[in-house]
Design a protein around this ligand. Structure first.
Ligand SMILES: [Zn+2]
Length: 199
């Protein structure tokens, strides 16, 4: 499926991203977790939730953490939590199981968590970074195709501003306009014009 805004939750869904927020709940995805993972999940959710304004929702087999677009998600597995997050760079720590470009500007990273003690720096720093850069990365993606017309319009506006900045022509134009208003084309002038045309 193409990238689109979900009809149900109004989230921006990337192309190819599995999404079924209308049939999944956070509770359903986490209720069968063993105790260690349950504790890790609780701490993870709290840490992510504390970053600030966002939407947290379940979809498919993951719990999504999203600003304009998803910046991180957690996939509960029987023996671990798979934590995915998106940065504008590649983090090369050995804690990262896997990383790879998920779009032209986003690098996806996967970290495995099996215990709540792992939910701390550096993982929480990376997640915080993912939250922080999310808006600018999403913006870069959405604004990219519109770049050409926008810059053309900008150039036009700049040209207009430049023209307006020249005081003399502007002043003259205004005077002419006002003069025309105050003194509607006089019959004499119109006649002159007609004569000029006839010649
Ligand atoms: Zn949705």
């Amino acid at each position: 499926m193409k990238a689109h805004t979900c009809y149900h939750c109004k989230q921006w869904i990337e192309e190819g991203e599995a999404h079924d927020c209308w049939t999944t709940t956070e509770e359903a995805l986490t209720r069968d977790l063993p105790e260690d993972l349950r504790e890790a999940w609780d701490r993870l959710r709290e840490s992510l939730g504390d970053f600030g304004e966002q939407r947290i929702y379940a979809s498919h087999n993951s719990i999504m953490f999203s600003r304009t677009a998803c910046y991180a998600f957690v996939r509960p597995r029987p023996k671990r939590l798979e934590v995915y997050f998106f940065l504008g760079r590649t983090e090369r720590s050995p804690l990262v199981q896997k990383s790879g470009a998920s779009s032209t500007v986003k690098i996806a990273h996967r970290v495995h968590v099996t215990h709540r003690d792992q939910v701390e720096a550096p993982l929480t720093d990376w997640l915080r970074e993912a939250y922080d850069v999310s808006e600018s990365l999403s913006h870069r993606r959405t604004s990219a195709p519109a770049a050409k017309p926008a810059s053309r319009a900008k150039a036009k506006a700049a040209a207009k501003r430049k023209a307006a900045a020249k005081p003399q022509p502007k002043a003259r134009a205004r005077t002419t306009k006002r003069a025309a208003k105050e003194r509607p084309a006089s019959p004499t002038r119109r006649r002159t014009k007609l004569r000029a045309k006839a010649r």
